[in-house]
Design a binder for this molecule. Structure first.
Ligand code: DGT
Ligand code: CA
Ligand code: CA
Length: 364
């Protein structure tokens, strides 16, 4: 196979940077974007934080209370609720710029994508890094967003490379530099290798990718099963033949209908809602996706809009779970509903892949 040139592009501290774009005076302050749970003030977790906040240890996944504690000395620290619709808007604009610069464009998630650019740079890594710089400039000029790009002959190395220097990084790994790039890295930098696997290797005194090369494929297969063993064996050698697959940048699937009559009656709306759930679910299944966010949408009799959404603990592709959550949202939304509803919609977002690469991640 001829040498490919693949980009992995990842937006820096994405949700928090979106907030900075909306309110530029946030740029000098620690910013945490929070998923507040409904259990009251300050319960919930940090979705992400800007790099100023990260210096104090505020980061993705930690409880909001911890982040507040860690940022205690920063009276200027800002804690904002997530605003997915707004982040999707920004994401779509940036994805459009990237798509125009790719031979093949694969949307991965709101803040990342793979681009195969082999043809348009004629297999030349120097041209490729110019193209990457142009993409970074356009995204910065048009959207004020910074991103990090990894360039290499495959998706695996490019993914590692985009994370190598952040924020605002550009890391190029041509074929003759693969080993020197990968070998000193911690085992953990291989996508799919989590804390547990890292600990198992650590017990064997293996810390870096170079160390892992000592293991032959048979012992790896014995330890982790054939699929994961082979993946690790290839990964530490920078081998990955997964093609960049064309995928549209869908960040959500939704259906909306105009109701037979304007209403704010639970029974009537619920029947329609369940029908919409089934339709949305069909599309989701066809595209082999899971979702983590569920939302409902009203267009009211005065044509104003209202929506409610919630984040699940784990991604799912389950219809019953979709119906149950949508129905609960409907009940909550109707609690103080004054206007009647003219159009009703259901959407799922925070999409992820059911099969393929995520398999390996799920295994660990
Ligand atoms: P970075 O390291 O500069 O790429 O920072 P982020 O924030 O872009 O990190 P990334 O690429 O891992 O995640 C992209 C977005 O996904 C991030 O802005 C918020 C969301 N996210 C990441 N981790 C979590 C999490 O643990 N919980 C929630 N609710 N959202 C998360
Ligand atoms: Ca990111
Ligand atoms: Ca990402």
């Amino acid at each position: 196979m001829e040498t490919r040139i693949v980009f992995h592009i990842d937006f820096d501290y994405f949700y928090a940077q979106c907030e900075e774009i909306r309110s530029p005076d946030l740029r000098s302050k620690p910013v945490c974007v929070c998923v507040f749970s409904d259990r009251g003030k300050d319960t919930g977790a940090i979705a992400t934080a800007n790099y100023i906040a990260r210096k104090y240890g505020a980061k993705s996944g930690i409880p909001i209370i911890f982040a507040k504690k860690r940022l205690e000395e920063r009276k200027d620290a800002v804690f904002l609720p997530v605003d997915f619709d707004y982040y999707i808007e920004i994401s779509e604009k940036a994805m459009k710029i990237m798509k125009n610069s790719a031979d093949v464009f694969e949307y991965v998630g709101k803040d990342e994508a793979y681009l195969d650019v082999t043809k348009r740079v004629e297999g030349n890594f120097e041209k490729a890094s110019h193209l990457a710089q142009q993409i970074k400039n356009s995204i910065r000029d048009e959207i004020k967003l910074s991103c990090s790009i990894g360039i290499s002959p495959n998706k695996l190395i490019s993914k590692i490379a985009s994370d190598f220097k952040k924020p605002d990084g550009l890391t190029v790994v041509p074929p003759d530099r693969i080993d020197e790039f990968l070998e000193p890295l911690k085992i953990r930098t291989i996508p799919g290798i989590g804390k547990k696997t890292e600990e198992r290797f650590s017990e064997m005194n293996l810390e870096t990718i170079q160390d892992l090369k000592k293991l032959d494929v048979f012992s790896l297969n014995k330890e982790f099963g054939r699929k994961s063993g082979t993946y690790i064996y290839n990964a530490v050698r920078g081998i990955d033949n997964e093609p960049v697959k064309e995928r549209e940048d869908r960040t959500q699937y939704s259906k909306i209908v105009t109701l037979k009559k304007d209403s704010k009656e639970y029974q009537f709306l619920s029947v329609n809602l369940i029908k919409l759930c089934k339709e949305v679910h069909n599309v989701v299944m066809k595209n082999n996706r899971m979702f983590k966010s569920i939302g409902i949408h009203f267009v009211q009799s005065d044509l104003s809009s209202k929506s409610k959404s919630r984040m699940l603990r784990n991604p799912t592709s389950n219809l019953e779970e979709l119906e149950k959550n949508a129905d609960q949202l409907l009940k909550v939304a109707l609690e103080n509903q004054t206007l009647t509803i003219r159009r009703l919609g259901v959407k799922v977002a925070e999409l992820s892949e059911v099969q393929g690469q995520s398999d390996i991640t799920n295994y660990f």
